[in-house]
Design a protein around this ligand. Structure first.
Ligand SMILES: Nc1ncnc2c1ncn2[C@@H]1O[C@H](COP(=O)(O)OP(=O)(O)OP(=O)(O)O)[C@@H](O)[C@H]1O
Ligand SMILES: [Mg+2]
Length: 515
């Protein structure tokens, strides 16, 4: 049964179920040839406790909130019981890591339980940290509570920002020891996405010189997720390579837009290897990611990335580089290098188009026009120089009036984020002139800006506080953050501390590939 593309009337008649056995399942990935995966049973967490469950994600698969509190939910999402109707498997993929071909990788600690169909289509449910698989290589198949809390929170924070991402359904923890730099404890996150297929899934079959399986994978992805790529556009003759070229062009567009989304909120992914690049253009694999506090254009959030390959300002180019690896993997199906290059050529325009649209909105401009690049560059330069806070910098711009007035009473101003206030004021003078030329009323512009510049962001120190509490079996902070970050744009009473500059100790937090 395929449930990926339902129409609206069906949504209204669907009832949420309280029992996982009543979920409608699909398992389309498991229906692919067995070359694509190994069937694996999860290794259950010892004495698990449910740290948090997400009713919003549950609703997507048709699961009622009551279901989240029951023993069956904990048993399934701690790996102790199979998902009713599921078909657990670990998928194989390969990839380029830090610019170097890494060969075969695969789900070394992730496990696809099955696909559930709900009001919002079909969702793969995947455990992360559920034990060894044939692709675990030197790893232990586990994930620690620290990194699992970070993945759980980030998935939902990204969704709240309106950025395409895998979702998080559940976070389960245990006292089972896991050895990293120190002894930590184990946890499992259940992630959801329409598909977890990665660029590296394609690279795998190209490197294995299996064009037959490469074609099977490409056809699966097209038919299920990019059906618009199958037919030739009107007036164009269909060719054997056409659908694959159109797929590449579509993934190129989505990836470019995702990069624009990340840049616009100061998000650094940290490990943009091709095995972490979603074929659907979703943010995938929340490891050593970070939302920037003070703006540093070259910010590297991953302590293990000593060369700074995945710095914030490198991300758009890395996205393009990764697409070249995907294009290379499609070569056996297309056999035409020039055509592949042409499909990739839309990247820059797609990225800049999306980025300028977003930045115009963040600056409160009705549209991007000539000269705005210099205006924005001036802002980046001033913020970078003083390490002015990324999120508050944009948020406070909404308080800037188009003509110079005295600062809002009691409020902290944009300039307060700068050491060199004169430089900030000089930039503001140019900005005010541009606002006057744009001609919007201040109040309307401020309201629109507050809808695109988040007040609350998942700063490292906020995640850290949630982790510390969770280690003492207190999930209250996780719950508060999930609720708050669901709508990061609207000021919420009592949440002032979440909107403040980070404390000094936040500067000493380090995140790395250790997870
Ligand atoms: N503790 C571990 N045990 C086994 N394999 C691991 C472990 N940590 C990472 N890996 C594997 O190493 C490769 C690269 O790891 P990476 O950190 O990108 O992925 P991940 O965080 O484990 O998972 P995902 O990409 O699914 O979010 C992947 O094949 C991953 O499954
Ligand atoms: Mg990964």
């Amino acid at each position: 049964m395929q449930c990926g593309r339902r129409t609206a009337p069906w949504i209204t008649v669907l009832k949420l179920v309280t029992d996982l056995s009543s979920l409608r399942t699909d398992n389309s990935f498991a229906a692919l040839p067995e070359d694509f995966y190994s069937r694996v049973t999860p290794q259950p967490l010892g004495d698990p406790w449910l740290v948090h469950a997400n009713p919003e994600a549950a609703a997507l698969i048709g699961l009622a909130p009551e279901a989240l509190a029951g023993p069956q939910f904990l048993a399934v999402f701690s790996g102790a019981q199979p998902l009713p109707g599921g078909a657990p498997l670990a998928a194989v993929y390969s990839g380029h890591q830090f610019g170097v071909w890494a060969g075969q990788l695969g789900d070394g600690r992730a496990l696809l339980l099955g696909e559930a169909c709900g009001p919002a289509g079909s969702w793969e449910l995947q455990l992360k940290g559920s034990g060894l698989t044939p692709y675990s290589r030197m790893g232990d198949g586990k994930a620690v509570l620290r990194s699992s809390v970070r993945e759980y929170l980030a998935s939902e924070a990204m969704h709240g920002l309106g950025i395409p991402t895998t979702r998080a359904l559940a976070l389960v923890a245990s006292d089972d020891p896991v050895i990293r730099e120190t002894v930590e404890t184990a946890a499992v996150v259940t992630r959801m996405a329409p598909s977890f297929v990665r660029f590296g899934s394609f690279e795998h079959w190209a490197s294995r010189q299996r064009p037959d399986l490469l074609r099977t994978l490409a056809d699966y992805v097209i038919d299920r997720f990019y059906p618009e790529c199958r037919p030739a556009p009107a007036g164009e003759a269909q060719s054997a390579a056409g659908p694959y070229l159109r797929l590449l062009a579509a993934v190129t567009r989505r990836t470019a837009e995702l990069m624009a989304d990340w840049q616009a909120v100061g998000f650094c992914h940290g490990v943009m290897n091709t095995d972490n690049m979603s074929i659907l253009g979703l943010t995938l694999d929340y490891g050593p990611y970070g939302f920037m506090d003070g703006f540093d254009a070259h910010h590297v959030c991953n302590h293990s990335d000593s060369a700074g390959r995945y710095a914030w300002d490198a991300q758009p180019a890395v996205g393009h580089w990764n697409l070249y690896r995907l294009a290379g993997a499609l070569m056996p199906l297309v056999q035409d290098e020039a055509a592949l290059r042409a499909a990739l050529a839309g990247y820059e325009q797609a990225f800049l188009g999306a980025f300028h649209r977003k930045m115009a909105a963040k600056l409160g401009l009705r549209q991007w026009q000539d000269g705005d690049e210099e205006l924005l560059d001036g802002l980046w330069a001033a913020m970078h120089h003083d390490r002015a806070d990324f999120s508050l910098g944009f948020r406070r711009l909404a308080r800037v009036a188009s003509t110079e007035t005295s600062p809002p009473p009691g409020g902290e101003t944009f300039e307060d984020l700068f050491i060199d206030r004169e430089a900030a004021q000089a930039w503001l003078a140019g900005y005010r002139a541009r606002l006057r030329q744009d001609g919007q009323a201040d109040a309307a512009r401020a309201a629109a800006m507050n809808r695109v510049n988040p007040l609350y962001v998942l700063r490292n120190h906020l995640a850290e506080l949630a982790i510390r509490a969770a280690r003492s079996r207190d999930a209250g902070e996780i719950d508060r953050l999930v609720r708050l970050l669901r709508d990061p744009y609207t000021e919420q009473p009592g949440c002032e501390s979440y909107a403040r500059l980070p404390p000094d100790w936040a500067g000493s937090l380090q995140v790395s590939c250790s997870s």
